[in-house]
Design a protein around this ligand. Structure first.
Ligand code: GDP
Ligand code: MG
Length: 442
């Protein structure tokens, strides 16, 4: 969160910037110049904390907590007496009155010990509970460059209808079918991973156009490289131009796959010339855009295309910090009759684990299971991994960002706030539509 915003917020809440900064630290929010997708949510949560006075009382709680006596998860009655400074007789009498019959060497659990201590008006806390409390975070910080590790490239395929996008993705997947998987691979989620010389490449099945449009509205980028498929017998068409514009606006490099080279009427030179008219200069036209002739139908040129992708990706030096809470984008989502809301997400930074509390757009929950592109259940997903996740409360939208957070409570808080906001926005648009309807009928 930016310093200016912290200053404004502190002023609005009538607290010192110092107090606000320490509150932000509880959420693992750094005061830097970087903006994040969670910034608005954090501001709202903190505002609410202070409005309901919880913000202040919470810090009072923690001073009370400091006076509490720390106890282990299980303690003998004798040790308990020593810890709270009461006689064995007093403690045993109270225990009996609580219906617990124990000898002085017997262990009692923390819950019993806590109830017992309360009988004496003494505050106790579970030892090590402080660490747990600090786990109430969001992880909204900029990565230290030294924490960044190489990550695989994420690719989308774009191009005019019928130029061979789907066929090309199929051909790419087929080159990666190992003997073990003979009989073909079934496609399980909206993305697939292939390996070229041991290096992973992630392909998104979502037509690039949609991915770009929904992502651009949020100012985030989903892909590292766009494969522009142009049929050699058809050339640059309206959706080809659209794809070029999307990729350029997002600053994503293009690799051209000149497809259908097997067709009698194919004319790659014409394709290159038409591309140059739209600002895409391929290498043999003096530009720096790589172009590869392929036939998705015959599986020709695919290896060459994959190698070019690896090369282009290496030049980008793609990196992410794998050691933080997972965050990324929803690629697609649906309601499954038996499994409930199911979302395919792309992890862009950090790692996502089964059991993580998560918020995706306005939906929230806990990752109950993760399934990879081969249909296998996995426990952990690192940067540049597409996985299907189960456990969300609702179906999020494609293009929504997701974040793993440190507590279920926080996931719920953020999700419900966003939901209320969407509801409000929807209400407004419904009113507008019905008004328009009214006028149309007059
Ligand atoms: P999309 O709309 O861009 O996804 O295009 P498709 O992959 O569905 O392909 C459209 C049509 O072109 C299909 O009938 C394919 O079989 C055909 N097609 C795709 N690639 C090739 C190719 O390399 N050669 C030939 N001859 N036909 C192709
Ligand atoms: Mg298609």
């Amino acid at each position: 969160m930016s310093k200016t915003r912290v200053y404004q917020l502190a002023k609005e809440l009538d607290i010192s910037s110092k107090e606000l900064i320490s509150k932000l630290e509880e959420y693992d929010v750094e005061v830097t110049n970087h903006m994040s997708t969670l910034e608005d949510d954090i501001i709202e949560i903190i505002k609410e904390l202070y409005k309901s006075n919880e913000g202040k009382s919470e810090s009072m709680d923690s001073t009370e907590d400091e006076n509490a006596i720390g106890l282990p998860e299980s303690i003998s009655v004798k040790d308990f007496c020593d810890k709270i400074g009461k006689t064995v007789t007093d403690v045993m009498t109270k225990l009996v009155s609580m219906g617990v019959f124990a000898t002085i060497n017997q262990e009692i659990d923390f819950e019993t010990a806590e109830a017992l201590a309360l009988e004496f008006n003494i505050d106790v806390k579970l030892e090590g509970a402080e660490e747990e409390e600090a786990e109430y975070g969001i992880e909204d910080f900029e990565d230290d460059p030294k924490d960044l590790k190489d990550r695989p490239p994420v690719i989308t395929v774009m191009g005019h209808v019928d130029h061979g996008k789907t066929s090309l993705l199929d051909a790419i997947r087929e080159t990666n079918v190992t003997a073990r998987e003979a009989g073909g691979i079934t496609q399980h989620i909206g993305a697939s991973e292939v390996y070229v010389d041991g290096k992973k490449i992630v392909f998104l099945d979502t037509p690039g156009h949609e991915a770009f449009t929904s992502m651009r509205a949020r100012g985030a980028s989903l892909t590292d490289i766009a494969i522009l498929v142009v049929a050699a017998d058809d050339g640059v068409m309206p959706q080809t131009k659209e794809a070029i514009n999307h990729a350029k606006a997002a600053g994503v490099p293009i690799i051209v796959a000149i497809n259908k080279m097997d067709k009698p009427g194919s004319n790659p030179d014409r394709v290159k010339q038409e591309l140059s008219e739209h600002g895409v200069l391929v290498e043999d036209w003096g530009g720096d855009t790589i172009s590869v002739p392929v036939s998705a139908l015959k599986g020709e040129g695919i290896d060459n295309l994959l190698e070019m992708i690896v090369l282009a990706a290496e030049m980008q030096e793609l990196k992410a910090n794998p050691n933080r809470l997972g965050a990324g984008v929803v690629i697609e989502a649906k309601l499954d009759k038996s499994r409930g809301p199911v979302a395919t997400v792309l992890v862009q930074k950090g790692n996502l684990k089964v059991g993580d509390p998560i918020v995706a757009g306005a939906s929230f929950g806990r990752v109950r299971a993760m399934i990879n592109d081969k249909g296998k259940n996995i426990k952990k997903a690192n940067p540049s991994t597409a996985v299907e996740i189960l456990g969300l409360s609702d179906v999020p939208n494609a293009g929504d960002t997701f974040n793993a957070v440190k507590s279920d409570k926080l996931a719920r808080q953020i999700g419900e706030k966003r939901k209320a906001k969407f509801r409000e926005a929807n209400l407004n648009s419904t009113t507008k539509v019905s008004l328009e309807d009214l006028f149309m009928h007059i």
